[in-house]
Design a protein around this ligand. Structure first.
Ligand code: HEM
Length: 464
């Protein structure tokens, strides 16, 4: 079928559904997928901008395989994330995006990435060493602490000291409120964005950002003055990187990318880990199988053994399938006429590959509402059926790093502590800023140590 109109869908969302979109969009997405199928148009935001949502692997493939002259993202698609800055990879479009991605990708892969193993294990050990038997805690908060420190040390390359402490505090203050409805409203209405001094809501954000920028620029200046080729942190690698014309990244580009990596990599990884801990402890058979597999590690001396454990891998994959941290990949905008699933789409049309709806298709994932890691042992899914990290020329650059960190943190915690859920009630998903997160953060209780597994534990922190 060839049609020059947009796929069908609701013309406007009633207020109740607009609110539902803000609080728990999953139900709303499912309602419309049932009504209109796997491609439909939905008005999003206060100005009811029509966006075409796609959850059909053929459509997703057509989007991910299009080039940036046909479909683009970043500022071309109206994405101007506050705080990240105009030079952020997420905001860039076209050739600038392509060039910047080339510079940023290498540290997130292979040997360079594996150099962060010990650091991730040490940070995890430090954070969990503060847990006490019998104590109830929020797993999401602990995971946020771990992923935050990993980024400050592995990406920013900050050593403990006054600048580290100051920046940590300022960034935490900045990131903490992102889920509050008040902050969302502040960002949605430009009229409220007035700096009436450091005590006004917008003024506070502006002041906080200025302080963060000063510290980041001071760090960059110091590193430029004393280049050290032995450093492995991502800021140092970015400072040393040159594009094909020999150009280096400017201070503003470095600042914007650092903040982008922090914002894109911190809460996403922490949320996925919180969900993983929830499922592992909600379903005893998953816990048992995983512990058995981890316990088998001590007989294995290969330094990559942990990353090849099939069940651990399947648990991580199923966690990211069930509640992907973002419901959709970034919006793409049509730049030149393109046919998607038989629809002829005109320039200006916005497209949104729906990760959540694709991951819950009954024909690809039988019994989609059941958490079953085994499905990832039984078959392989194409990148258009399984897309927790998006795809095409916008695929998450932290994908390998995030999976690496998830496995290290899970193995370190599970081999060291016995945990249980504080509450037997199922945990529901809720929106937290742009992410879908476990409501109340997954409350858990530390029920004991696992001394009998000391060997395995040591194996994980020294070998992996
Ligand atoms: C479990 C953790 C994570 C998940 C689920 C996740 C998911 C995603 C998704 C869905 C996208 C959009 C891709 C698209 O539109 O096709 C994305 C983009 C991105 N992610 Fe991640 N991410 C995670 C962790 C990380 C980490 C650890 C980093 C870096 C430290 C990172 C950095 C980025 C960047 C820079 C982009 C923009 C890529 C571009 O525009 O070219 N992410 N991520």
């Amino acid at each position: 079928m060839i049609a020059s109109r947009l796929p069908e869908g609701p013309q406007v969302l009633p207020l109740r559904q607009k609110l539902q979109w803000l609080t728990n969009p999953l139900k709303l997405l499912e309602t419309y997928a049932q009504l209109y199928g796997d491609i439909f148009t939905i008005p999003i935001g206060l100005s009811n901008v029509p966006v075409v949502l796609i959850s059909n692997p053929q459509g997703i493939q057509e989007i991910f395989n299009a080039n940036s002259k046909q479909l683009d993202s970043g500022k071309a698609a109206g994405i101007k994330p506050p705080f990240l800055g105009p030079q952020s990879l997420i905001a860039l479009s076209g050739n600038r995006h392509k060039q910047q991605r080339k510079l940023l990708t290498p540290p997130f892969h292979g040997e360079r990435m594996r150099a962060y193993k010990q650091l991730i294990c040490n940070i995890t050990k430090l954070v969990i060493s503060r847990w006490k038997i019998g104590e109830t805690f929020s797993v999401r908060s602990s995971m946020q602490e771990i992923s935050f420190q990993v980024i400050l040390k592995a990406i920013f390359g900050l050593e403990d000291g006054p600048r580290y402490q100051q920046l940590k505090q300022l960034l935490m203050t900045r990131l903490e409120g992102t889920e509050s409805i008040f902050r969302i409203i502040l960002l949605m209405f430009p009229v409220l964005q007035k700096d009436w001094g450091p005590l006004s809501p917008w003024g506070r954000l502006v002041h906080n950002e200025q302080q963060i920028n000063e510290l980041i620029y001071a760090e960059i200046a110091e590193r430029r003055k004393k280049p050290d080729s032995s450093r492995t942190d991502i800021l140092s690698l970015m400072i040393a990187a040159r594009d094909e014309t020999g150009e280096q990244m400017s201070d503003i580009e470095l600042r914007d990318e650092l903040i982008t990596l922090l914002v894109a990599g911190h809460e996403t990884t922490a949320t996925s880990l919180a969900w993983a801990f929830y499922w592992i402890h909600y379903l005893p058979q998953v816990h048992e199988k995983l512990i058995q597999e981890l316990d088998s590690l001590n007989e294995n001396h290969d330094s990559n053994a942990l990353f090849q454990l099939p069940y651990l891998n399947a648990v991580c994959q199923e966690t990211l399938r069930f509640y992907p941290v973002t419901t959709s990949a970034f919006q793409r905008v049509v730049k030149s006429p393109i046919k998607i699933m038989g629809y002829q789409l005109e320039p200006g049309t916005l497209l949104s590959p729906s990760i959540y709806l694709t991951h819950h298709r009954e024909d690809i994932y039988p019994e989609p509402k059941k958490f079953k890691p085994e499905r990832f042992l039984e078959r392989q899914f194409s990148p258009y059926e399984y897309l927790p990290f998006g795809g095409g020329n916008r695929r998450c650059i932290g994908m390998a790093f995030a999976q690496f960190e998830m496995k290290l943190v899970l193995a370190t915690v599970l081999s060291n502590w016995e945990l249980k859920l504080a509450d037997s009630k199922p945990v529901k998903p809720a929106r937290r800023g742009l992410l879908i997160s476990p409501s109340e953060g997954v409350r858990m209780v530390v029920s004991g140590k696992r001394p009998q597994n000391q060997k395995v534990y040591e194996g994980i922190s020294s070998v992996v």
